[in-house]
Design a protein around this ligand. Structure first.
Ligand SMILES: [Zn+2]
Length: 354
C-alpha cells in the first residue's frame, strides 16, 4: 500500500542516541582502562539520577569501568523498587517528589512518596529550589505549603539536600530579569533562613552549594553552618568553574576536606549509552584526581564553540580523595541511619574493567 499520509507517531518514541559531538568532541577512547580511584573501601557518588531500571546495564558498565561502586540517586519512586531489586548493594535513594506533573495534590503525593522512600531505606529529602524551579513552582523553602514536608523530615530525623542557585552565567543570562527570578542574594537568604530554622538537620548543598564561582561565600557558609556539606556534582558546571579557579579551588578542597562529598550529577536516559555516561565519569576523575590540563570531551553549551573550557585538574592529595569518595559520604550516611554494605576491597577492585 502506498500512502502520502504522515506516518503515525510511534506510541513510545525511540530517541536517537545522544550526539557524540556533544559528549565526545575530542574523540577520546572512553573504554580505555583507567585505574580505580586510590581509595580504601567503596567509592560513593553522592548525587546522581539513575532514572529507570532499564538504564542500569549501561550505567553500571560505565561505573565499573571508572571505579565507581555506589550511588545515592534521585530516582522516581515508580522505578525505585526495580533498581533496588537489581542492584541492592550499590544504590541508595534520596526522596524526590513527582517531577513530571504538578497536580493540586502534589504535596500530599510528595508526603506519600516520602514515606514510601523511607520504607525503602532513604533518610534524605531533596528540595529543588533553583531560580528556574522557584519561578515555575512558586514554592520557596519558607512556603507554608512545604511545612508538612519539613515536619516529616524533622520527625523522622532525616537529612536535607537542596539545590539553591545556579551557574553565575545563568544569572547573567536567562535569569537576568530579577523581578521574575529574584537575585542570588535573595536565594541564599532563603536557604540560610531555612538552615537556621533547622539547625540540627544534616544538610547537603548540591553542586558546591550552587555557587562554585564564589568560594568565599561557600567558606563563609561552611564556617557558619556546621551541619552543612557540599557535593561537587554537575559535570559541565564544575569543569568550567573549578578549572577557572583551579588553585583557589584546590586550596578550598584541602581546607574543607571533611565537608565535601564526591558527586557527578550523572543523569541516565534512553538515549544515553556507555560512552555518554562514561564521558561524565571521565571528566570528574580527571578534574579531581589528576593534573590534567586540556580540553574536555563534553561541550559546554553556555560558552561559544571557540571558547570552550580547558579542564585544569586539581590533583587532590590522596587523603583528600579518600575523604570525598569514601569517608565523608560514609560518615554522613551513618549519621542518618543509611549506608552501604562495605564490599571488601578486592571485590570492589574486581569490578574495574580491564
Ligand atoms: Zn542533580
Amino acid at each position: 500500500m502506498t500512502t502520502t499520509a504522515t506516518p503515525a507517531k510511534p506510541v513510545s518514541p525511540v530517541l536517537a542516541p545522544a550526539n557524540p559531538d556533544e559528549y565526545n568532541r575530542t574523540g577520546i577512547d572512553l573504554r580505555r582502562p583507567m585505574p580505580r580511584p586510590k581509595v580504601k573501601g567503596i567509592t560513593i557518588d553522592f548525587h546522581c539520577h539513575l532514572f529507570a531500571a532499564r538504564h542500569g546495564r549501561d550505567w553500571f558498565e560505565a561505573a565499573d569501568h571508572y571505579g565507581l561502586d555506589a550511588f545515592v540517586t534521585m530516582t522516581p519512586l515508580e522505578e525505585a523498587v526495580g533498581i533496588q531489586r537489581d542492584h541492592p548493594d550499590r544504590i541508595r535513594f534520596i526522596v524526590v517528589p513527582k517531577w513530571t506533573e504538578f497536580t493540586p495534590d502534589w504535596i500530599d503525593d510528595w508526603l506519600m512518596r516520602l514515606e514510601a522512600f523511607y520504607n525503602l531505606g532513604s533518610r534524605m529529602v531533596k528540595f529543588h529550589a533553583s531560580p528556574g524551579t522557584l519561578q515555575m513552582r512558586q514554592l520557596p523553602l519558607e512556603s507554608p505549603k512545604l511545612k508538612p514536608i519539613f515536619r516529616e523530615i524533622i520527625a523522622r530525623k532525616m537529612a536535607i539536600m537542596t539545590h539553591i542557585g545556579d551557574p553565575e552565567v545563568w544569572y547573567r543570562g536567562r535569569y537576568s530579569d530579577a523581578a521574575k527570578y529574584g537575585t542570588r542574594e535573595q536565594h541564599y537568604r532563603m536557604w540560610e533562613d531555612s538552615m537556621r530554622e533547622h539547625p540540627d538537620t544534616p544538610w547537603v548543598g548540591a553542586h558546591m552549594g550552587g555557587n562554585p564561582e564564589d568560594l568565599d561565600r561557600l567558606q563563609d557558609m561552611l564556617d557558619r553552618y556546621p551541619k552543612l556539606m557540599l557535593d561537587c556534582s554537575a559535570t559541565r558546571w564544575m569543569q568550567r568553574e573549578i578549572s577557572a579557579h583551579r588553585d583557589a579551588a584546590r586550596e578550598f578542597f584541602i581546607r574543607n576536606q571533611d565537608r565535601i562529598l564526591f558527586g557527578t550529577d550523572q543523569v541516565s536516559g534512553n538515549d544515553r549509552g556507555f560512552d555518554f555516561l562514561a564521558s561524565r565519569f571521565w571528566v570528574h576523575r580527571k578534574l579531581w584526581e589528576t593534573a590534567y590540563i586540556g580540553p574536555s570531551p563534553i561541550i559546554d553549551p553556555d560558552l561559544p564553540n571557540d571558547a570552550q573550557p580547558i579542564i585544569r585538574g586539581l590533583a587532590l592529595p590522596d587523603e583528600v580523595l579518600q575523604k570525598i569518595y569514601h569517608d565523608n559520604p560514609t560518615a554522613f550516611l551513618a549519621k542518618i541511619g543509611m549506608g552501604f554494605n562495605e564490599l571488601n576491597e578486592r571485590e570492589a577492585a574486581n569490578r574495574s574493567a580491564h
